[in-house]
Design a protein around this ligand. Structure first.
Ligand code: NAI
Length: 330
């Protein structure tokens, strides 16, 4: 089928073109986002569009797509909070996604944020480059035997729990659905309030849905231990950024590691090094010495990119053949 790809980067083209040799779809890559494409009105001639996490598809865009004969939205990611599902259903546009491409890629990045913040290797690297071998202010803590609270124990949360169990941590978790596999491995499910009260480190692995929007707000921070570490590789708006800045100022939040940010669609995935960034919340977050931000790269491994390409192209083939869409979002 003829597919227009939006927000494409060099690695998208590289992996999709390589895997498409087995599928033979007609792929056209645009480096701009879906919202920019609306003003260019270039949906015509395509059967499907393929988008990523920050391509916001609202009712207006869905209507335009339907008018141009688009029948399928293929998300090359797991999350689907960026799509107006009702509008797509109204115009009978199907949505497919990649539910599980490599949970380890994201779980391991969460651990990288945790360990970097803790042992301050990002600061050591900068010091050694400048021949500064002082160890002042580089003291970390042993992760061994610490209590790690995991919110959301789906595929990524489970992979994260396994790594933390391997570190010798006490792992506690909260989810609306409990995993018997995790319980067998030694994870103990608790209420959200207990997670806040008991955890030295909290890692977020739930999706962004109405119930989790601003889950981590000022009330949640009040219930947490002083100096707690918070890691977020799920979606930015699971955390209330303003409440987080207050928690950093008061010292309640001792460390913050985030790969996602609630207003990231204006920033992430672009080189803005020569641009004036007008986002004061982002500037404020960045200014704390105990905050580490990466630009939504937790998924970015060879294994994940391979699986994203293979599954997305298979989703398109299934749609084209009228087969059951096992990765459909309803
Ligand atoms: P999953 O669907 O396997 O697991 C999500 C878990 O969250 C499920 O167990 C579900 O029951 C639970 N959940 C749902 N509502 C909840 C609530 N109100 N409170 C607590 N738990 C709740 O999804 P997966 O693959 O583990 O991904 C999790 C999230 O990670 C995705 O939704 C996405 O937002 C994010 N993600 C981030 C990436 C990155 O590069 N930073 C890459 C891939 C995913």
């Amino acid at each position: 089928m003829k597919v227009a790809f939006f927000s494409t980067k060099s690695y998208d083209k590289e992996y999709f073109l390589a895997f498409n040799k087995n599928f033979e779809h007609h792929l056209t890559f645009f480096d701009y986002s879906i919202s920019e494409s609306v003003s260019k009105n270039n949906f015509e001639g395509f059967d499907a569009i393929c988008v990523f996490v920050n391509d916001l598809i609202d009712a207006v865009i869905v209507k335009k797509m339907a008018a141009n004969g688009i029948k399928l939205i293929a998300l090359r990611c797991a999350g689907f909070n960026n799509i107006d599902l009702k509008a797509a259903a109204q115009y009978n546009i199907k949505i497919v996604r990649v539910p599980a491409y490599s949970p380890q890629s994201v779980a391991e990045h969460a651990v990288a944020l945790l360990m970097t913040l803790n042992r301050k290797t990002h600061k050591s690297y900068q010091r050694v480059v400048q021949n500064n071998f002082s160890l002042d202010h580089l003291t970390g803590f042993n992760v061994y035997k610490k209590t790690v609270g995991v919110i959301g124990t789906g595929l990524i949360g489970q992979a994260f729990c396994s790594i933390m169990l391997g570190f010798g941590c006490q792992v506690i978790a909260y989810d609306v659905v409990e995993s018997s596999d995790l319980i067998k491995k030694g994870v103990v499910y608790k209420t959200l309030d207990e997670i806040y009260k008991l955890s030295d480190i909290i890692s977020l692995h739930c999706p962004l849905v109405t119930q989790t929007h601003y889950l981590i707000n000022s009330t949640a921070y009040e219930k947490m231990k002083n100096g707690v570490m918070l890691i977020n590789t799920s979606r930015g708006a699971v955390i209330d950024s303003l409440a987080t800045i207050s928690a950093l100022k008061s010292g309640k939040l001792g460390y913050l590691g985030i790969d996602v940010y609630e207003n990231e669609q204006h920033l992430f995935f672009k080189d803005l090094s020569e641009t004036k960034i007008e986002d004061d919340i982002f500037h404020s977050l960045k200014s704390f010495p105990n905050v580490l931000i990466t630009g939504h790269q937790a998924f970015l491994t060879h294994e994940a990119l391979s699986e994203i390409s293979r599954t997305t192209l298979q989703n398109m083939t299934d749609f084209e053949n009228g087969a059951v869409l096992k990765n459909e979002v309803k």
